[in-house]
Design a protein around this ligand. Structure first.
Ligand code: AMP
Length: 225
């Protein structure tokens, strides 16, 4: 089966994790436009220099540039069996462009999660300052601390013993800002896709493995034969 999948979901919905799992299951590439742009910035390439300021500001890169980038990526040989797109399209213009690029209509999967739950969830996420592993700490082991804005977790990283700290963009205020940006672009995008037979939504607040199963069910039902 050839699977073209577009994943849409707010920050903190587990979209990146789910995209990687689905890509692995179907043996197709996980194409994250955010990852491509960040890699370009790190490499200092002409593209990187062009988008660096936009990425730093949290704004959106222009539609024409993004569309050219995705058109080229989707023309690569490893995309013959399909793709999982993560982070594109973000605007209706990009969605219309994608429709002209693909030959098999994409399955559109929305990973749904309420804002307050995301703010709460990311409040319990920590990253190890040494090994970089991201993990959830339990609410019980640290009663009330996220609300108090305490950065460090008393227990060390279970893998390397490093210090567990809160990611800067997981601060509740920053999370709310990222969610507001998402809401702005996601609403017209969802309206554009909602009436299609290939569109569906899953509950992103379930256990990660359950969300994967829900996505697989959605894909098997919605993918065009
Ligand atoms: P992400 O990792 O998907 O959150 O993307 C990180 C940043 O890359 C975003 O804040 C945007 O600046 C930029 N970006 C990624 N994908 C797109 C897109 N489809 N359209 C415009 N900007 C994008």
């Amino acid at each position: 089966m050839r699977l073209n999948l577009v994943l849409i979901g707010p920050p903190g919905s587990g979209k990146g994790t789910q995209a990687a799992r689905i890509a692995e299951k179907y043996g197709i590439p996980h194409i994250s436009t955010g990852d491509i742009l960040r890699a370009a910035v790190r490499a200092g390439s002409p593209l990187g220099r062009q988008v660096e300021a936009t990425l730093a500001s949290g704004g959106l890169v222009g539609d024409a540039l993004m569309t050219d980038l995705v058109r080229e990526r989707l023309g690569a040989p490893d995309v013959r069996q399909g793709f999982v797109l993560d982070g594109f399209p973000r605007t209706v213009t990009q969605a219309q462009a994608l429709d002209t690029i693909v030959t098999v209509p994409p399955v559109i999967a929305l990973i749904d999660a309420a804002d307050e739950e995301i703010v709460r969830r990311l409040g319990f996420r920590r990253i190890c300052a040494s090994c970089g592993l991201t993990q959830a700490i339990s609410a019980d082991s640290e009663p009330g601390m996220p609300e108090l804005g305490i950065e460090e977790h008393p227990d060390p990283c279970p893998y390397c013993g490093g210090l567990l700290v809160r990611r800067q963009d997981d601060e509740p205020e920053t999370v709310r800002r990222r969610l507001a940006t998402y809401a702005q672009y996601a609403e017209p995008l969802i309206a554009y896709y909602r009436s299609r037979p290939t569109y569906g939504a899953v509950d992103g607040l379930r256990e990660p493995s359950e969300v994967t199963s829900l996505l697989v069910t959605l894909i098997e039902r919605r993918a065009p034969r």
